[in-house]
Design a binder for this molecule. Structure first.
Ligand code: 13P
Ligand code: SF4
Length: 378
């Protein structure tokens, strides 16, 4: 396989991409659709397009597989015959696909600006500083299991891999916490405080067992005694999309619709997950609502594209978006039909644009943390 890899960064390359994208903007939606169909046909089985459940309909339409982050990670490890994995999602998902796929497959993220603001809330420098602070207080390697949400950069997954730790997604966080507690007494969980709190409590812990670690304060803002006493240390990170859902929204919906069922993603705050009937990953939300009886009424607390698609595909149910304010994951939204077409047509011409390549050392160690997660199951 010949890859004409573009290394992003130098302004000249960015300008070239911007110029090319600008040309595509002059096409009509019909032209974009037609050309995408053609490019897919030309690439045939050399290509697989993966689409996260939050992608807009015009992108999902072209994805060969749709799913949550765990399902798509698994799929990316199971198709070694595809030369190109075009990942319609955000950068941490594409990095995970690159780690789990073979080295002669190229993972492409159609727009490199598709990141995740929560993933950016923890970086290696701060995580290493926390680990060093903990080392001054307790035998950290023996007692503390680092557990990183897949919504994180590859070097943080590698940090966990090196320190005996593990990754998790919203689908398997409880199983991963149990795995961790079978091996060490404490967990350092990053970067999502809310998923961490929900998971810790669902495996039987109390608020008094948890501390929230502010990476910008000495010792996370805690006394040495509080740190030694804590069972789970929760990084102070959050998803701004899921924090838009508030406990009062659940109360208002319930008072208006007595038969309503509320289903939310575990990145929502505690006041919301506590009142929900069901809490789970995007895939669990889709499965549950799709399998529900006709006529049932749902309020869903996760990204808008997913909720709108369910509404459209399940007109026999009453489906509401849980927040009165329209909130979308603006970075997921960066992947649009234009960027998808641009990346596919470049592949047709033999140019691999926007390739996501995790450095070899991070790939090795992050792979260990991901393999441990995959072996936990769920
Ligand atoms: P899922 O793994 O549930 O798809 O969630 C990913 C995510 O980023 C939620 O905001
Ligand atoms: Fe990240 Fe939140 Fe977007 Fe999910 S919804 S990708 S956690 S910013």
């Amino acid at each position: 396989m010949q890859h004409n890899e573009v290394i992003m960064g130098p302004p000249a390359v960015l300008h070239k991409v911007a110029r090319e994208i600008q040309e595509y903007q002059s096409f009509t939606p019909e032209e974009i659709h037609e050309r995408t169909v053609q490019a897919k046909e030309l690439l045939g089985n050399r290509l697989v397009i993966l689409g996260h459940n939050y992608q807009r309909d015009e992108v999902i339409e072209f994805s060969d597989f749709q799913g949550d982050s765990l399902k798509l990670a698994r799929i990316s490890s199971e198709l070694p015959d595809r030369e190109y994995i075009v990942f319609c999602g955000v950068s941490f998902m594409a990095e995970t696909a690159d780690i789990l796929s073979s080295s002669d497959q190229a993972v492409v993220l159609p727009d490199l600006a598709a990141g995740c603001s929560m993933a950016d809330m923890a970086d290696l420098e701060h995580v290493e500083m926390v680990w060093d602070s903990l080392r001054t207080l307790l035998p950290v390697e023996e007692l503390v299991m680092p557990v990183v949400y897949v919504n994180s950069a590859a070097d943080l997954k590698a940090f966990c891999g090196k320190h005996g730790g593990i990754t998790c997604t919203s689908s398997n966080a409880q199983a991963v916490f149990r795995w961790a507690f079978e091996r060490r007494e404490k967990i350092l969980f990053f970067p999502d405080e809310h998923l961490g709190r929900y998971t810790a409590k669902s495996v039987g812990l109390q608020e008094s067992d948890l501390i929230v670690w502010d990476p910008y304060l000495p010792n996370g803002g805690h006394t040495p005694e509080a740190i030694r006493h804590a069972t789970v240390l929760l990084w102070k990170g959050f998803c701004s999309v899921h924090l838009m859902f508030r406990p009062e929204h659940v109360r208002t919906f319930r008072s208006n619709y007595p038969d309503l069922q509320v289903i939310v993603h575990p990145e929502c705050c505690e006041g919301v997950v506590e009142q929900a009937d069901l809490v789970g990953s995007t895939e669990l939300i889709i499965q549950t609502v799709s399998d529900a009886a006709s006529g049932t009424v749902w309020a869903i607390g996760t990204e808008l594209n997913l909720v709108n698609r369910l509404k459209r595909l399940q007109p026999d149910k009453k489906i509401f978006f849980l927040s009165p304010t329209v909130c979308q994951c603006s970075t997921m939204f960066r992947i649009d039909p234009i960027h998808l077409l641009w990346s596919l047509e470049n592949l047709v011409d033999g140019h691999v644009v926007n390739r996501i390549s995790v450095p070899a050392d991070d790939k090795l160690w992050a792979g260990r943390a991901l393999d441990r997660m995959m072996s936990v199951g769920c």
